[in-house]
Design a protein around this ligand. Structure first.
Ligand code: SAT
Ligand code: MN
Length: 591
């Protein structure tokens, strides 16, 4: 076995890597330094082993296509475990196994698993280097696709080793694709050990351990003990024509448009307004010395949903994936470019589908997998905020919770206070998407969009949110939004995409106390004249439907929410019961 970095200075790292190597028996160990030379070498290896297919350099310079195993195309929540010492630590929403038993089982699977393979040692930093938020992780992986993706998604390489120094405080991620057999696939978290073992999958959130596994599941646990929050949120800055920038964080479940919102290009009528992207998926939030909530994006790249991305829905994303991007499970054109459903162009003749087969237009099957993705560095994004690398992060003035709901939830509603906002988040529901294996389009409760990502007991998590405000003299206002409400014919009531700017503007104006709102049983909603609708064609009736609170729908919703909380064992916990009671009473009087 060759191991170029036996000279690594950090004892804890060296010892842990040696143990993992002894278990998995790789032919060689490659310590990643994050250099350009290394990227080229790994890319050549990936091409030679057909893990990456080079795209046409004239059309997509520096871009590659990866096809995953067709049985391995999305996160597998049923195979994802939080292994706390006792079951209660994982809580009612997580799958649980005891740590000892889990380690033993996975050790069995991992025994010799990297024979004939290379183990990449991938050191990475989450958050701007030098930030008080920043944390170091290591991923040991036998997938060159994962190593190359981690280089895009994180600050990967030497910087992490330097930041770590001789500390043993780092996340220990061990990943092997094994044989991609779903029968031997498990994604296991050990929050108490700051450890992740992921086996049998090479896909996205299952395999890029920095992302959901570390930056959400493990980090949420660390945040609980250390007094901060790790959230499934985009972060954006909204700059007015006067040059005032307001920062907003927004939680939506996977594949509900976080990337689109984070990169939004304001509509024509909003001259002088600009959106600056800080992050599109994950926020780490801390209480600042000034009593405000400050946020960073721990990641350095985007792992966005490809289908539906086009020059209208997200022009900045289209530019972001123009060069130096990896595409996973999209369709390939005969001239070496990529294509997906909803790209805004006709499928060209001779298209190859995501499985690598000639696409049959009449088959009724999509050419790109519905959860196909692009991986691109944030520095490709024309809307990237100048604050994206700021070690202090940005001060958050508003938090938005959003789901995908065909009915009930209005376009936007403001909470009366923080605690009411926590109730908004905790009671959120959303229709399921292709981002996770399972049925698509059914409403499921997804508290704070963290259902699959909270690394500890969700009831404690609600309590942590409620407690945090006691140390937060200047909390952000909290809102709930829904871009996805439909009319009776099933047509979307609100145009969405860039027009969501109008809702963002109302939110900012509410934060600044510049605009009014109407009190309803659910919260505060804009009256028609309080939304800036300049240049938008929407009928009064349509807008009314998009923003209305329907008493019947809400009474049914509250029944479901109550039933969900009861199932979780939340009971009157956190005042949720009183919230439901008073909303019901107000709805009984509602027009
Ligand atoms: O596959 S990921 O978990 O990284 C994407 C998502 O589901 O949000
Ligand atoms: Mn996500």
């Amino acid at each position: 076995m060759t191991n170029q970095s036996n000279g690594v200075k950090n004892r804890a790292v060296a010892q842990w890597v040696a143990e993992a190597a002894q278990l998995t028996q790789p032919d060689q160990i490659v310590w990643c330094d994050g250099s350009e030379e290394e990227r080229q070498r790994m890319t050549r290896d990936a091409i030679a082993s057909r893990v990456l297919i080079p795209l046409n350099p004239a059309k997509r310079p520096g871009c590659y296509l990866h096809r995953s195993n067709p049985n391995d195309v999305a996160r597998t929540e049923q195979l994802t475990f939080v292994c706390t010492p006792d079951k209660d630590g994982a809580g009612p929403t997580n799958n649980w196994m005891p740590p000892d038993e889990t380690y033993a089982k996975l050790r069995g699977w991992l025994n010799g698993a990297m024979r004939g393979r290379t183990m990449y040692v991938v050191p990475y930093v989450m958050g701007p280097v030098g930030s008080p938020f920043a944390k170091v992780g290591f991923e040991l992986t036998d997938s060159v696709y994962v190593a190359l993706s981690m280089r895009i998604m994180t600050r990967m390489g030497r910087a992490a080793l330097e930041l770590l120094g001789d500390s043993d405080h780092f996340n220990r991620g061990l990943h092997s694709t094994l044989d991609l057999n779903p029968e031997r696939r498990l994604i296991c978290h050990f929050p108490q050990d700051n450890t992740i073992w992921s086996v049998g999958s090479g896909y996205g959130g299952n395999a890029l351990l920095s992302k959901k596994c570390f930056a959400l599941r493990i980090a949420s646990y660390l945040g609980r003990t250390e007094g901060w929050l790790a959230e499934h949120m985009l972060i954006l800055g909204l700059e007015s024509p006067e040059g005032e920038t307001t920062y907003v964080a927004a939680a939506f479940p996977s594949a509900c448009g976080k990337t689109n919102l984070a990169m939004l290009l304001p509509p024509q009528a909003f001259k002088g307004w600009r959106v600056h992207t800080i992050g599109d998926d994950i926020a780490w939030l801390r209480i600042g010395a000034d009593g405000r909530l400050w946020a960073i994006n721990p990641e350095a790249g985007y792992f966005g949903v490809a289908p539906g991305t086009n020059a209208h829905s997200n022009p900045n994303a289209m530019k972001t994936v123009q060069h130096d991007a990896i595409f996973t499970n999209v369709a390939a054109t005969p001239d070496g470019d990529i294509w997906w459903e909803g790209m805004g162009t006709e499928p060209p003749a001779g298209l190859i589908d995501w499985r690598g087969q000639k696409w049959d237009r009449g088959s009724g099957q999509p050419a790109a997998h519905p959860n196909s993705r692009f991986t691109a560095p944030m520095t490709n994004n024309p809307a990237l905020s100048p604050k994206a690398n700021d070690p202090q992060g940005v001060p958050i003035s508003a938090i938005i919770f959003g789901g995908r709901r065909a009915s009930t939830v209005p376009l936007v509603v403001e909470a009366y206070d923080w605690s009411h906002g926590v109730f908004f988040g905790a009671s959120m529901g959303s229709e399921t998407t292709a981002a996770a294996v399972g049925q698509v389009g059914v409403v499921r409760r997804d508290p704070m969009a963290m259902l699959p990502f909270c690394g500890y007991n969700i009831l404690e998590y609600f309590g942590h949110w409620q407690e945090l405000v006691k140390r937060l003299p200047n909390p952000p206002k909290i809102f709930e939004v829904n871009w996805f409400r439909k009319d009776r014919e099933g047509k979307f009531l609100w145009p969405g995409y860039s027009e969501n700017m109008r809702v963002l503007k109302w939110i900012v104006d509410r934060v600044k106390g510049r605009v009014g709102a109407e009190q309803t049983p659910i919260g505060l909603v804009p009256r028609k004249e309080e939304l800036d609708l300049t240049g938008l064609e929407i009928s009064t009736a349509q807008l009314q439907q998009a923003t209305s609170i329907n008493a019947g729908e809400w009474l049914a919703e509250l029944d479901q929410v109550e039933e969900y909380f009861a199932r979780l064992g939340a009971g009157s916990f956190n005042g949720f019961e009183e919230r439901i009671k008073s909303a019901r009473a107000a709805l009984a009087q509602w027009r």
